[in-house]
Design a protein around this ligand. Structure first.
Ligand code: XMP
Length: 319
């Protein structure tokens, strides 16, 4: 794609101009956005880039290992996996307010990057894969008064004490453009086609207080749901699909016994840029299959419901 080849050249020039002979630390999330940002910056400044993948304990099943393997197999950049899951989960434990959760996660991310920057002898820049919709949705809601819908963990600048500047080479792009750019940079197709995943991860898919136990239940249900979607050949037709663990227990029956366990909500939407979305129209057989597997295979869930809300008025994530 010629326009993306042009964008790549221009972005690399701009990164070189901004960074000079400085050092950049890049917050890799494992998603397409931060991966593309990292590859651009690596092309611009080579080994003066250090990538950090923070395992905040809020990732999907096997995600950290898959991301590390992908980069290891295809690219030659500095990537460090930092296990900070205890810290994040401890800080979130019992917190039910969505904005407090998001801000807590954002603050801890900054703490970890600050420590990692220190560990490599200091960095002048922090790179993020912020997209255009992230920027505008954090600022205001189109057509209305200026209201924050959600604080995106990766928008909003850095604390002054950090003495680091932001590098955000994708700030003007939409998701479909980032995917084109990823292709241009040789990212494997399986990676480019991945559904978006929010920085605050599973924490914002556990309405109510987050606990390690709930995260484990959610992670299993989510993996089964995505497995069924792939098996049905639906993955690429859907913009984003995930499970949500509701803070509600309901009564069920299993064999001769009564159960009293959590409700799992399934979400799937189609969208072009994440700004608006329609709920995905599955056939009921698919939903029945996914629900049966989740209830049979995940201890802690005895009921599954499907979310038929579009955006607006709903948002894609529940928090
Ligand atoms: P909402 O829920 O606002 O989400 O309709 C729109 C898209 O953005 C993703 N999302 C985030 N991505 N950091 C991110 O990197 C965040 O804090 C965040 N919150 C939501 C969401 O998954 C959807 O694709």
């Amino acid at each position: 794609d010629w326009s993306m080849a042009g964008y790549r050249e221009q972005a690399i020039r701009e990164i070189r101009e901004k960074v000079g002979d400085g050092r950049v630390i890049c917050a890799l999330s494992g998603g397409v956005d931060s991966s593309v940002a990292a590859l651009l910056i690596h092309e611009a400044i080579g080994d003066r880039l250090n990538c950090i993948l923070v395992d905040h304990g809020l990732m999907r099943k096997n995600e950290a290992a898959e991301v590390v393997a992908m980069f290891h197999d295809h690219y030659n950049l500095n990537l460090k996996l930092v296990d900070a899951s205890d810290r994040f989960i401890l800080a979130l434990e019992g917190e039910a307010d969505p904005e407090v959760k998001r801000k807590t996660i954002g603050r801890l991310f900054i703490d970890v990057f600050e420590e990692e920057a220190k560990a490599i002898g200091g960095a002048d820049f922090l790179a993020q894969g912020t997209l255009y919709p992230d920027v505008i949705e954090s600022v205001s809601f189109t057509g209305g008064p200026s209201v924050t819908i959600k604080s995106h963990h990766n928008v909003g600048g850095l604390p002054e004490r950090m003495n680091m500047q932001l590098v955000e080479p994708l700030r003007e792009l939409f998701k479909d453009e980032v995917r084109l750019l990823g292709r241009e940079l040789g990212l494997p197709e399986s990676f480019i086609g991945r559904h978006p995943f929010p920085g605050p991860g599973l924490a914002i898919r556990c309405p109510g207080g987050v606990t390690r136990e709930k995260l484990d239940i959610l992670r299993e249900a989510d993996a089964i749901y995505l497995d069924e979607i792939r098996k049905a050949g639906l993955y690429d037709a859907i913009w984003q699909a995930f499970a949500v663990l509701l803070p509600v227990q309901t009564v069920g029956v299993m064999g001769d016994g009564r159960t009293y366990e959590y409700v799992c909500a399934l979400r799937a939407v189609t969208s072009v840029d994440g700004m608006t979305a329609d709920f995905y129209h599955y056939d009921m057989d698919f939903l029945g299959r996914a629900a049966t597997r989740i209830i049979n295979e995940v201890r802690g869930i005895n009921r599954v419901v499907y979310d038929v809300t579009s955006k607006p008025p709903g948002t894609i994530e529940w928090e």
